[in-house]
Design a protein. Structure first.
Length: 312
């Protein structure tokens, strides 16, 4: 197999590690698997150029190591609208903080473990979601989330335990003091008036169950999940958090959930900050959400059922 591998040298999981060392190990794995490989390590504007070069090559698969923003940049180049990359599978080497899509696809959460699994894997077509024509693969979050993303970036180099404690503290302050969203949701044409501090639109609905807050049972169901929290008191927030852990949060009276193929978020504000897979964007309102069914081909472990095998 001919593959192109691009690593984001500034990925969150690389803090304290040398990108070149990881790249050398991955090149060794590729050689042992008999793959013809082109490997690049880049960041910033050079990362986009490296992705373009990978797409322009004769590689049969594009492998990308990075966080959600890097994965989105690669996915944009592999959609049907992209003539150069359309149809070729994307292989995800987890190097982000949450690695949500990799978890849902059953991909091992270290790049060294993921690479051989993907090389021997299968292909699967999954949905892609858009808001105002910007894609996301996991979730799009108006409300408090963009502030959380900004705070996370500010604390990027802080020590681990202290960083997460400060982020939790910032989260609670945001719920107590942060501005509320006053919006009208149009879900497949049905209007719903909503006042909330947090709103989530997900690429396919979320699963229920213990510790399944961002697990999805399907990635090709062709529908968006829409979630909001109506919280007026700190007691409501603590109860919802407890139910998040227990996996019964979708039945909490403070949580609202529905599914739709198209969603419009109408606001009096001309623009809203939105966190798409952990990347902030300032978008004009109304926010127009839609889904592209099975638009992206990805590599997955062969153990995933009902997926066609990768051609040799």
């Amino acid at each position: 197999m001919r593959v192109a591998l691009v690593l984001n040298g500034a990925a969150g999981a690389l803090l304290g590690r040398t990108p070149e060392t990881i790249a050398a190990r991955l090149e060794q794995i590729l050689a042992e698997a008999g793959a013809e490989a082109r490997v690049a390590v880049a960041e910033g504007a050079a990362l986009c150029r490296a992705l373009d070069a990978a797409i322009a090559s004769d590689a049969e698969a594009i492998l990308v190591g990075g966080g959600d923003g890097t994965i989105i940049a690669a996915a944009e180049r592999l959609l049907p609208e992209s003539r150069a990359g359309a149809g070729r599978p994307l292989g995800i080497l987890p190097l982000g903080t949450a690695n949500l899509l990799a978890r849902d696809l059953g991909i091992p959460l270290s790049p060294e473990a993921a690479l051989p699994v993907l090389l021997a894997g299968a292909t699967r077509r999954i949905d892609v979601a858009l808001v105002n024509d910007r894609i996301f693969l996991n979730s799009s979050l108006p409300g408090i989330a963009p502030r959380m993303v900004l705070q996370r970036e500010r604390m990027r180099h802080d020590p681990g335990p202290l960083k997460w404690l400060r982020l939790v503290r910032f989260f609670f302050r945001g719920f107590d003091r942060g501005p509320r969203l006053h919006v009208v949701l149009q879900a497949d044409g049905r209007p719903v008036r909503l006042v909330t501090r947090t709103l989530a639109i997900t690429n396919n609905p979320l699963a229920e169950g213990f510790a399944a807050i961002h697990t999805r049972t399907a990635l090709d169901g062709g529908t968006l999940g829409v979630y909001a929290a109506r919280i007026d008191r700190r007691l409501d927030l603590w109860r919802l958090i407890a139910r998040l852990v227990a996996g019964t949060w979708q039945h909490d009276p403070a949580a609202a959930a529905l599914a739709a193929r198209r969603v419009n978020v109408i606001s009096r504000r001309p623009r809203l900050w939105v966190a798409n897979d952990g990347e902030n964007h300032l978008l004009a309102t109304p926010l127009r959400y839609r889904i592209l069914p099975r638009a992206l081909t990805v590599l997955v472990p062969r153990a995933v059922p009902d997926t066609p095998t990768m051609p040799e």
